[in-house]
Write a protein that binds this ligand. Structure first.
Ligand code: GRF
Length: 199
């Protein structure tokens, strides 16, 4: 199950990988917090069921979170991947998918958490940034790290060119890690994540 808010290129990478049965994972559904995004078009083109729950259509954030949790649960996913989903989920969702909800972030955690990872990396002047796949906890981009990849910052980068270079690596990281989780399992021990179901 994948949650999106935007162009959905990470989703597309997972859909492409899942076309090979040997990959081990299928995308059972795609959820979004807004209409009219390329991510939903990509899902529909692949014949994947979709749903949209906009926060503003609910009485409050908790009601939105409850509906999101119910819709996701109706597909009984083993894993939920937030791939450019620009919302923080609430307590109910976190409780339902604790340890099974992953998010991809365009920075090397714990640096530059939040919505502006590439811009803040550029502004800070780091020469290396990257991407992080992590198990979502109650913080903002703070959960145990599943995978990370480094990406160079080039001297003439704009926020857009840097984010685009990060996203190329991010898609490979995501596809690789989700495939390994599907085929081998994973476990979280404190802050440390290891692939493989057996201790
Ligand atoms: C990714 O870089 C993700 O980490 C960030 O937004 C981007 C989403 O890209 N939060 P896409 O929608 O998968 O193309």
């Amino acid at each position: 199950m994948v949650l999106v808010s935007g162009s959905g290129t990470n989703l597309q990478a997972l859909l492409d990988a899942a076309a090979d049965p040997a990959y081990g994972a299928d995308v059972v559904a795609v959820g979004a917090d807004r209409d009219g995004i390329e991510g939903l078009v990509r899902a529909e083109r692949a014949g994947i069921p979709t749903f949209v729950h906009r926060v503003k259509d609910f009485a409050d954030r908790a009601a939105w979170d409850a509906r999101l949790t119910a819709s996701v649960s109706s597909y009984t996913p083993d894993l939920v991947v937030s791939a450019g989903f620009m919302k923080l989920v609430g307590e109910r969702f976190l409780a339902a998918y604790a340890g099974r909800f992953l998010n991809t972030h365009p920075a090397l955690s714990p640096s530059f958490p939040g919505m502006h990872g590439p811009a803040e990396a550029l502004e800070y002047g780091v020469k290396v940034t990257g991407c992080t796949l992590f198990v979502v906890d109650a913080g903002v981009d703070t959960g145990p790290i599943v995978a990370q990849q480094a990406v160079p910052v080039l001297q003439d980068d704009s926020v857009e060119s840097l984010h685009e270079r990060i996203k190329q690596t991010e898609r490979l990281m995501l596809v690789d890690a989700v495939g390994r989780i599907a085929r081998e399992g994973f476990r979280v021990e404190g802050r440390v994540v290891r692939f493989g179901a057996l201790g």
